[in-house]
Design a protein around this ligand. Structure first.
Ligand SMILES: [Zn+2]
Length: 288
């Protein structure tokens, strides 16, 4: 089950999305292997990407990017408007923490950025960035919405590695107050309702979110059945990479003749897609 389930509560006052990332990690693993901790962070970042992207209307690609000085120094997730997701991470296997770890131990100092690249010409590209801090990726994203967008946001998000089965999954729920008109202050009743709704969301347990037998629909009903819950159609997510020989060739055009020559071995340049691991072989004479 890999999906985004949009919903609203309290007569549309608050909107939310439940996200479940499950077999997507298995699909990713058939293409590229990561240590369990890295794969779990990728799964959590994929779930966060799905939540955030669904709050923006776009036709193109939504990208979440974490850059840091820590063991995982680069993590990138792409999601197209039609649910095609791909992700990769660069990491240092020697400094990856073992045992109990915090966001700080995994990433160190860094930043979390969101970008939207539109397929349509003339559409603005959206970009947001926040310092990587807090106990989790979810708390870091909450801080971004509070600081940059002044939107009340609550996110519960967990990833899990089952060391017996090797199964890695992530799931979460995001709740957000719809934007107010400019300079409009929140009414007291709205603040009360927000406190109730966010307390209900905070009551969700990691085991419930990650329970394979508990559908996001049932879980949302369990949490918000007294809050006039409305569910919207779920959107499926699939792992798909849009790399191609043409794109690789275009990228290589930015390199000089000397750089290209230094990359070739026995007259062939071998290049792997960072996202899906697919190998491309290009003959030296075709490059120069
Ligand atoms: Zn690829």
């Amino acid at each position: 089950m890999n999906l985004i389930l949009p919903f609203m509560i309290d007569e549309g006052l608050f909107r939310g999305r439940a996200v479940k990332i499950d077999s997507l990690t298995e699909q990713m693993r058939t293409l590229k292997e990561y240590p369990p901790l890295v794969e779990q962070m990728l799964a959590e970042a994929m779930a966060l990407t799905a939540m955030l992207s669904d709050s923006i209307k776009y036709e193109g690609t939504f990208t979440l990017q974490i850059q840091s000085e820590g063991a995982i120094n680069l993590l990138l997730v792409d999601l197209t408007h039609d649910g095609k997701m791909r992700a990769f991470a660069h990491y240092n296997p020697d400094t990856l923490p073992t045992g109990a770890f915090s966001l700080k131990e995994i990433f160190g100092t860094g930043s979390l950025a969101f970008m939207v690249k539109s397929d349509k010409k003339g559409q603005e590209d959206y970009q947001g960035v926040v310092e990587l801090e807090g106990e989790s990726l979810a708390k870091c994203a909450e801080k971004y919405f509070a600081q940059s967008e002044q939107l009340l946001t609550k996110i519960e998000l967990y990833g899990e590695t089952n060391f017996e089965t090797g199964h890695i999954s992530a799931a979460g729920i995001m709740l957000q107050k719809m934007p107010e008109k400019k300079n409009q202050t929140l009414e007291e009743t709205t603040i009360d309702k927000w406190e109730t709704a966010s307390t209900l969301l905070a009551s969700v347990k990691k085991e419930e979110l990650l329970d394979k037998r508990l559908s996001p629909e049932k879980l949302l009903f369990r949490l918000f059945h007294q809050n006039d819950l409305t569910l919207f159609p779920a959107k499926d997510l699939t792992f798909a990479c849009k790399c191609s020989l043409e794109k690789v060739q275009t990228m290589l055009k930015s390199l000089s003749k000397e750089e290209l020559q230094s990359l070739c071995k026995n007259g062939v340049l071998e290049i792997s897609c960072q996202f899906c691991g697919k190998k491309y072989f290009i003959k030296e004479e075709e490059l120069l």
